[in-house]
Design a protein around this ligand. Sequence first.
Ligand code: MG
Length: 217
Amino acid sequence: MKLLGIELSAVKALIFDMDGTLYENPDYYRFQENSQVERLAGFLGISAKEAAERLGAARQARRSAGLPPTSMANHFLALGADMPSVIRWREEALTPGEWLTPDPRLDTTLGLLAGRFRLALLTNNPRSVGLASLQALGVAPRFEQVIGLDDTAKSKPSIEPFEIVCRSLRLPFGVCVSIGDRRDVDIEPALRLGMGGILVRSVREVYELPALFGLSV
Ligand SMILES: [Mg+2]
């Protein structure tokens, strides 16, 4: 785990991804995808199985074309959904409080980081789901900004979410670091804008961030 793109001494803000970064819960990941595939199926008038197959085929097509992975929202748009529906389906189906529990070690970690840096959440779920996730993890007070899918109607890896989070912090790209578990979605777009990036494999590496920045645990 290392900081890419900018120098440690330049960092003023840390911009965290949520899913796969601030918690690990494979059952919830599956529920998120399955619940949204069901909504897509209803919208398109096809079975959930058919919708899942179309999503799988779209992902495979990108791999076959040598393209990097993209967000599920972008796949849904390509399969015929519209962004207001994608946002509403997530707001209706996702209840983070039923899946996530307080993580005191994460809160301690973020408390150390918040003593040095400004913290923001940048999620491909709607803002309300991001905020509810922070609350369920018991870390919401550590974050001064929560930016979600409904703030730009674009999802990472598009650059708009990264632009709006830096703008809302009133900071230039070169002092902001995107931290997430997906290189193509969370890190590469940030680096292209001149931000820093830290790829983490899971929340267990997030616990190590204070040490990376020389902050004592
Ligand atoms: Mg993630």
